[in-house]
Design a protein around this ligand. Structure first.
Ligand code: KIV
Length: 298
């Protein structure tokens, strides 16, 4: 079994997607980003040619079965971040700082951002928050750690926002988001996720920002788009946001394959001769005769 992510047959291996390459994509071509939480999904996404893989703390919900992203720990992010980094060759890999790993102080944010980068091998960290998190982003960036911002619907603090709701629909919150985007960029973020905000507001933020914006539920004007892999592939069915597009129903394929397997095991149709190993016929006969003699001597 190969441990190298494969390139499409006949194609050259892709170049590593750097922060400089992502900046150059702004205004030139749109950026495609998706979440991944383990080695196989990272390998498949990278081989498909994705620009950015996000080890999102959404893993708390779609992989670990929590009700929200709030309980996710540093250890869980490190465990999944390492698996993803092992599967990626070219894509830029971002890992989320989990809730309460950066909110306490700039020092805490730098220490945990550094730990995530060192222990996972990912390329950058992402943290949620606008102007209120500008000093954290500045401190992380000063330490030489690339930081991606995330404003709009910020799931870690969804409780304070009144739930998983669209943000920035009224004058005051729209202005706060415009100011937040500017503050995050000025603090040194190299890119910014815009989640669940009106498309007109996302277009304004994107036009004003020199850094690439990546939208999720923020309309088509963003410099890139991100989706949660489990949502787009039909693997998480507890909740499906309006902004998700389902590109496949792997959940149905999974259940169908398992149903056939269960049936074949119960019927004795699996394993077939092609799945079994053989030994030399004379040795098999000798062992069978020995076993039979032992039984008849008893
Ligand atoms: O955790 C996550 O998957 C995210 C995306 C929704 C951007 O932050």
């Amino acid at each position: 079994m190969t441990t190298e992510p494969t390139a499409a047959p006949g194609s050259e291996p892709r170049q590593k997607v750097t922060i400089q390459a992502l900046r150059a994509m702004k205004g030139a071509r749109r950026i495609a980003m998706v979440t991944a939480y383990d080695y196989p999904s990272a390998q498949l996404s990278d081989a498909a040619g994705i620009d950015i893989i996000l080890v999102g703390d959404s893993l708390g919900m779609v992989v670990l079965g929590y009700d929200s992203t709030v309980p996710v720990t540093m250890e869980e992010m490190i465990h999944h971040g390492r698996a993803v980094a092992r599967g990626v060759r070219a894509a830029h890999v971002v890992v989320d700082l989990p809730f309460m790993s950066y909110q306490v102080s700039d020092e805490q944010a730098v220490a945990n951002a550094g730990r995530l980068l060192k222990e996972t091998g990912c390329d950058a960290v992402k943290l949620e928050g606008g102007a209120n998190m500008a000093s954290r982003i500045a401190a992380i960036a000063r330490a030489g750690i690339p930081a991606m911002g995330h404003i709009g619907l910020t799931p870690q603090t969804a409780g304070a926002l009144g739930g998983l709701k669209v943000q920035g629909r009224d004058r005051a919150t729209a202005r706060a988001l415009l100011a937040g985007a500017a503050a995050v960029e000025a603090a040194g973020a190299y890119s910014l996720v815009l989640e669940a905000i009106p498309q007109q507001l996302a277009a304004l933020i994107t036009a004003r920002a020199a850094i690439p914006t990546i939208g999720i539920g923020a309309g088509p004007a963003c410099d890139g788009q991100v989706l949660v892999n489990a949502d787009m592939l039909g693997l998480y069915t507890r909740f499906s946001p309006k902004f998700t597009k389902r590109y496949a129903d792997l959940g149905a394929q999974y259940r169908g394959a398992l149903a056939r397997y269960i049936e074949e095991v119960r019927e004795g149709a699996f394993p077939g001769p092609e799945h079994a190993f053989n030994m030399k016929a004379d040795l098999a006969r000798e062992l069978a005769e020995e076993a039979e003699g032992r039984t008849s001597n008893v």
